[in-house]
Design a protein around this ligand. Structure first.
Ligand code: F6R
Length: 260
């Protein structure tokens, strides 16, 4: 894992956006894996700016979202379909038919999950997967004790995740209890992974994911087994890392490193 720490959340988002832009500039028909939630909002804003002001082209891009709440139609203001449209898709030129988000309203979840996995494979796999992290260390909705080989499936959310996400709903009771989510195994097959975290409330989960043992108790820790993961943090999210000096040293020495 490479850990890139920025002073602010805004700088973190810009650094991660450059990573995504780099993928698109080398592979214009890249397949992007996308996350929702508060964390990637700055990244999507910066990608939209790069599109509008610097011509970053999404016309050949395909996207797959990590997850969706079960029971919320795409028109619901808290559905991830709605989130993606409002915060990203309507600001860039990705063809709508190239955007895939798990269905929260299918009548056959098992069949839908198998189709979603197959669709990712048919598109050549994910080139870069964007991830946030839950306070319990989850990636997508792979809650603690999820299999580290899991695939896209229906998942029951942890009560702590329901608590965390209640801020987006009028009442806690409205937060869906189930979600459809890519598995840890699905995520680990991405060519590159960009994990983002900002704020003090993510510091513990990040320290465990990056420097702790690989464990299903923090599913983000499985990213230690992935060969090309970059972790973009702000100062607060990095505040419990023991190896901070080393990460900054690597960053500072990078310009002089031999090119592989
Ligand atoms: C969302 C997702 C989740 C979030 C995580 C952090 O698609 O997959 O894993 O990334 O719950 O959410 P925020 O960014 O709202 O703190």
């Amino acid at each position: 894992m490479e850990v890139i720490i920025s002073k602010t959340s805004e700088a973190m988002s810009k650094a991660a956006a450059l990573e995504v832009a780099d993928v698109l500039n080398t592979k214009p028909n890249a397949v992007l894996g996308l996350a929702t939630g508060s964390t990637p909002l700055g990244l999507y804003k910066e990608l939209a700016r790069l599109h509008k002001e610097e011509g970053l082209n999404f016309s050949q891009v395909t996207t797959f979202n990590l997850d969706e709440y079960v029971g919320l139609p795409g028109s619901h203001s808290q559905s991830y379909h709605y989130f993606m449209h409002e915060n990203f898709f309507k600001h860039v030129n990705i063809p709508t038919q190239n955007t895939f988000i798990p269905s929260g309203t299918t009548s056959n979840y098992k069949a839908f999950c198998a189709w979603y996995e197959q669709r990712i494979a048919d598109c050549g796999g994910i080139d870069v997967q964007i991830l946030g992290i839950g306070t319990d260390g989850h990636i997508a909705f792979n809650e603690p004790t999820s299999s580290l080989q899991s695939r896209t499936r229906l998942k029951t959310l942890a009560e702590s995740t329901i608590d965390d996400n209640a801020r987006f709903f009028d009442t806690r009771e409205e937060v869906p209890i189930y979600a459809i989510t890519m598995g840890v195994g699905t995520i680990l097959e991405s060519q590159r992974i960009v994990l983002l975290a900002n704020g003090k409330n993510k510091a513990k989960a990040i320290a465990e994911a990056v420097e702790g043992p690989i464990t299903s108790m923090n599913t983000a820790s499985a990213l230690q087994m992935h060969g090309s993961t970059r972790v973009f943090l702000d100062d607060e999210a990095a505040s419990e890392l023991k190896m901070r000096e080393y990460y900054d040293w690597v960053r500072d020495k990078k310009p002089g490193a031999p090119q592989l």
